[in-house]
Design a protein around this ligand. Structure first.
Ligand SMILES: [Ca+2]
Ligand SMILES: [Ca+2]
Ligand SMILES: [Ca+2]
Length: 383
């Protein structure tokens, strides 16, 4: 009796192992190529290499197998299943007893209710297992309901409401983005994209003057589009019927000009002076392009310049609608002649605003001595 008992007393106490599913979506979209992480914890942690998972359908038939690894996120090279991520297992820390694998929904050949059956080989004789159920289903694309939009966005209009109801039979939370898109009429290529915001059962967007930047006044084709989580994986969209909106863009105007109409120049001087112009546009300064200047004497055009609101030279700040034009004159400049300055603003649709005229007379401080010059418009520091 004593001999029969002794081997049993030498067996170490049995350690209970458990497998717990940490990460597993309950819902998978059939045919989705989006990788998701599946993780299980083996506790207590053991220095075993892998845990495998068997996928079984609702009739108990085997479908697939994949391996999970505690390798800290490196590649997993021991299987070549098309649905497993070949670049990383997705495991966060090596050796912590948590085994992970990134897989996509390609592990099943049809939608349905499935089961993951995880198995850890704790030692040659003991297995630890756990199972989890989940559903693989097809996706329903978002649907458009009532669509609200203005027929015209008048010049500079602000806060005109665009709204649409979007539903998804997979639940409202499945919708990840709704956008208003302006398209070119011929090709339906995106020209401009405006994210819409959820507001109750609708998604909405309010107009801003900048919408018509760079556009000639006219009819434009707009469309709303929505994307759910499944579509995001392939950058697919559900689109509404296109609709036309008349967008107005008026030319810019010159609000003010600061600068002298008379410049005094002494015989040995070079005199620098400048003009500061404030321009406004119904699409804000974002639509301002060039400010063009034509300088004439009573007989002919003597110079042409173009200025940009680009923050270079005398212009200290780009995009603020303020333009600065700088000049120099010296003893060679023509005196006692009325020069006209014709300032014309242009917007980014190359629409020309109204020309504003200023005049300039150059007077010599010491009279009589200097010869009449040819008249030169040096422009050493353009705005
Ligand atoms: Ca959906
Ligand atoms: Ca404009
Ligand atoms: Ca500026």
């Amino acid at each position: 009796l004593a001999l029969a008992c002794s081997p049993k007393e030498a067996t170490p106490p049995k350690v209970e192992h458990s497998l717990t599913v940490l990460e597993l979506d309950s819902l998978w979209i059939y045919d989705s190529k989006d990788y998701r992480r599946v993780s299980v914890r083996l506790s207590p942690a053991l220095p075993i290499e892998d845990i495998y998972c068997v996928v079984i359908d609702d009739s108990g038939h085997y479908q697939n197998t994949f391996w999970l690894s505690d390798n800290g996120g490196g590649r997993y090279l021991n299987d070549d299943r098309v649905f497993t991520d070949t670049l990383t297992t997705g495991d966060a820390f090596a050796g912590d007893g948590i085994y992970s694998r990134r897989i996509n929904a390609g592990f099943v050949d049809r939608p349905g209710r499935w089961q993951f059956y995880f198995v850890a080989n704790v030692d040659a004789l003991t297995y630890s297992t756990t199972r989890a159920y989940f559903v693989v289903r097809t996706n329903s694309a978002p649907q458009f309901g009532n669509l609200v939009h203005p027929d015209t966005l008048p010049s500079g209009s602000f806060g005109r409401r665009f709204a649409v109801t979007v539903t998804d039979s997979d639940g409202a939370a499945d919708i990840v983005a709704v956008q208003l898109v302006r398209r070119t009429t011929e090709t339906l290529v995106d020209e401009a994209v405006y994210p819409m915001h959820p507001a109750g059962s609708e998604w909405e967007w309010s107009s801003r003057p900048e919408v018509a930047v760079r556009l000639m006044t006219g009819s434009y084709l707009l469309q709303m589009r929505a994307q759910d989580r499944f579509q995001r994986q392939s950058n697919g969209w559900s689109v509404s019927d296109p609709f036309e909106v008349f967008l107005e863009n008026s030319p810019p105007r010159i609000a003010s000009i600061e600068g002298s109409d008379t410049v005094w120049v002494a015989e040995s001087d070079t005199v620098f002076f400048s003009y500061r112009l404030v321009l406004t546009d119904d699409q804000t300064a974002a639509d301002l392009d060039t400010l063009r200047l034509v300088i004439s004497d009573p007989n002919r055009v003597v110079a042409r310049f173009a200025y940009f609101d680009d923050g270079t030279g005398l212009d200290t700040t780009a995009g603020d609608g303020i333009f600065v034009a700088g000049f120099s004159v010296d003893r060679g400049s023509r005196t006692n002649v009325i020069f006209t300055f014709d300032w014309t603003p242009h917007d980014k649709a190359l629409q020309r605003g109204e020309t504003v005229r200023t005049t300039l007379v150059i007077l010599r401080r010491e009279g009589g001595a200097a010869p009449l010059g040819r008249g030169s418009w040096n422009n050493p520091f353009t705005g």
